[in-house]
Design a protein around this ligand. Structure first.
Ligand SMILES: Cc1cc2nc3c(=O)[nH]c(=O)nc-3n(C[C@H](O)[C@H](O)[C@H](O)COP(=O)(O)O)c2cc1C
Ligand code: SF4
Length: 418
């Protein structure tokens, strides 16, 4: 039996149409006649933090966009980020397929908060939610439901195209590569731009309806509300679950009908996240609790690694993918990531030397903090956590043994084929 604080809030709709949406959530309050900061203050009071991976306070981003707008930046643009580039994440597509109107309501609310005149939803072309969102937009347009135009655009599906400055570059007609630019100051067409993950927007749509106190009634003091977690690997029912932030990992797994095999470790946060030993199952799923043990809530990815998988080999595949997806603009991407991937593959082979293992750790430390975006940091963190959590596996490799070759992490499509 779920308590009020654990009950799903986002994933309640069984059908994506307008009528089901209104039945489940009711209409949005009317758009105010004049600009006001009431909504921003409510978001601040709710303590909403972004669900796209960074858990950054949403009100602070809104404030930065408004300031840039008032300081001559012109009318703001809001962008809903549904790129979901983390290979093991399914939450954004699941949310959009189930409740497209909740996300679109949130986009409208974000526009209202920063007084934007344009809203854009970015969803990869090959995402199964595209037709659902297109039909939700048509429904809203025929009802005149929205006070501003909302555009659906479909950028290429690559790891980097979800990074906010890369997304803005693409919207400005360039290749989707991270830039040093700050979208909140100068984003789409040089205008102040608020980029929010679609789950963040859906949470915003609920805060607008139910208020800050209701939102805070789930979650932890530092990370309020519920959150979506994509659970995969050694569980009986892989999929997306909505939990109150702070629910233990064991409880999340129970919501997925338990483990399907003995588990040796869990991947938290995604390919840009970190491994934790399975013994930490009682740990609360919150950004602070996970980080305190070297993990990451990131974009809400939890992968259970079964005993017959090799954590080093799995990490080598993930780092290879990240290396391949790098934009090759900065040193760590051009030189460091592929070398790290090669080293990880080397030590994934039984009978590796301690020298190779030290080489991987050294390369990882050289990459960290050197890229213009967080992609190399993510790869380095993942590799470091693997070297620590799978220390016994590495010792076994030195003796010519390995836990096994079962592949659990998804092998994403190769760059350029998306
Ligand atoms: C390499 C990289 C990839 C990213 N991919 C995504 C993505 O697919 N979806 C997303 O919402 N955020 C992604 N982000 C985070 C965005 O840059 C940005 O912080 C986020 O969209 C802001 O929304 P939020 O504050 O609601 O989390 C990525 C960041 C990095 C460094
Ligand atoms: S670190 Fe890599 S992906 Fe990030 S900006 Fe530099 S070249 Fe691009």
């Amino acid at each position: 039996m779920l308590t009020t604080a654990q009950r799903p809030r986002l994933l309640t709709s069984t059908e994506p149409g307008w009528h089901a949406h209104i039945r489940a959530h009711g209409p949005l309050p009317p758009w105010p006649a004049a600009p006001s900061n009431r909504l921003l203050l409510e978001v601040e009071a709710a303590g909403l933090r972004g669900r796209g991976g960074g858990w950054f306070p949403t009100a602070a981003k809104m404030r930065a966009v408004m300031t840039a707008s008032h300081n001559g930046g012109g009318p703001a643009v809001v962008v809903a980020n549904a790129m979901e580039s983390e290979p093991a994440s399914l939450k954004d597509a699941t949310l959009l397929a189930a409740s497209p109107h909740l996300v679109l309501d949130g986009l409208v609310c974000a526009a209202q908060a920063v007084w934007a005149q344009e809203a854009i939803l970015c969803l990869p072309q090959d995402n199964p939610a595209v037709p659902v969102v297109a039909s939700a937009l048509a429904e809203r347009s025929s009802r005149g439901a929205d006070p501003l135009p909302i555009r659906l655009v479909c950028p290429p599906h690559r790891y980097l195209s979800g990074e906010e400055s890369a997304l803005v570059q693409w919207l400005n007609g360039e290749e989707a590569r991270p830039s040093m630019g700050k979208p909140y100051a100068a984003g789409v067409q040089g205008r102040p731009t608020l980029v929010q993950n679609v789950e963040t927007l859906a949470q915003l749509a609920l805060i607008v309806r139910h208020g800050a106190a209701w939102f805070r009634s789930a979650g932890t003091q530092a990370a309020t509300g519920t959150t979506l977690v994509s659970v995969s690997g050694a569980v009986n029912r892989p999929g997306v679950v909505e939990i109150g932030v702070g629910t233990s990992i064991v409880e999340i797994v129970n919501r997925c009908e338990g483990v399907s095999a003995p588990v040796q470790a869990v991947l938290t946060g995604g390919y840009g996240g970190a491994w934790l030993p399975a013994a930490l199952g009682e740990l609360p799923w919150s950004p602070e609790d996970l980080a305190a043990h070297g993990g990451s809530a990131g974009a809400g990815v939890l992968v259970l690694l079964p005993g017959d998988s090799c954590g080093i080999a799995e990490t080598a595949r993930a780092v290879s993918y990240l290396a391949e997806q790098g934009a090759q603009q900065c040193g760590p991407c051009r030189f460091g990531l592929s070398a790290l991937a090669a080293h990880m593959h080397e030590i994934a082979q039984p009978a590796t030397s301690p020298f190779d293992q030290r080489g991987a750790a050294h390369l990882s430390s050289r990459i960290r903090g050197r890229g213009a975006c967080r992609l190399p940091d993510g790869a380095s963190r993942l590799a470091d956590s693997a070297l620590e959590v799978f220390a016994d596996e590495l010792s076994a490799h030195r003796r010519g043994q390995c836990s096994g070759g079962r592949q659990v992490l998804p092998t994403p499509r190769r760059k350029g084929l998306a």
